[in-house]
Design a protein around this ligand. Sequence first.
Ligand code: GSH
Length: 210
Amino acid sequence: MPVLHGVNLSPFVRKVRFALAEKGITVDQEPVVPFGVSDEFKKISPLGKIPVYTDGDLALPDSSVIIDYLEHVHPEPALYPADPAERGRALFYEEYGDTKLTNALSTVFFQRYVRKNFFNEEADEEVVRHAIEEEIPQVLDYLSAQLGESDYLVGNRFGIADIAMTSSFVNARLGGWSIDADRWPTVAAYVDRVFSRPAIKPLVEGDLAQ
Ligand SMILES: N[C@@H](CCC(=O)N[C@@H](CS)C(=O)NCC(=O)O)C(=O)O
């Protein structure tokens, strides 16, 4: 059976878990923590990061690479649009979710959850304030504008863009932050919509209960 290497708290591991769940693929999981990884792990993850997906001799690092691979070996249900323009937009949304959005939301998670639970340290609340007041609003304004009245980001159909744009909201919730639904009602409803999907709901509930 294929193995997903990485812990559930990683937003990038969660992206792959969302994709696997939506496609109905079962894998084993090896809960690798991404701090001080072994030389053995670096053989399958040259950048020393999680997730990695292994299947027999195949070892694929990087959530985007892994989900693209899964799409080719298990095409249904499709997570990438067939239309070239829509596919391009979806891939950019994935990039935005993996970088700007995850950086903004992970700051709250890292300061308030990881430092406390893994390093026995206090959060730097000035860093948290900057993320909440400056960085996160920019991201939510962008997401709100891109969504418009649609249920999902591209072609009004759930896919890779939605996976990448929502995974990190779980981490922010673990850091004690949630969306101000009065200020960003469509984004709040969108994240709830994704997290209520039958395949995804148990994963989110499990991660929030950690
Ligand atoms: N682009 C990569 C990013 C993976 C990533 O940054 N993972 C983090 C954990 S959430 C990690 O392993 N960090 C350890 C490090 O950077 O050394 C992906 O999509 O998989």
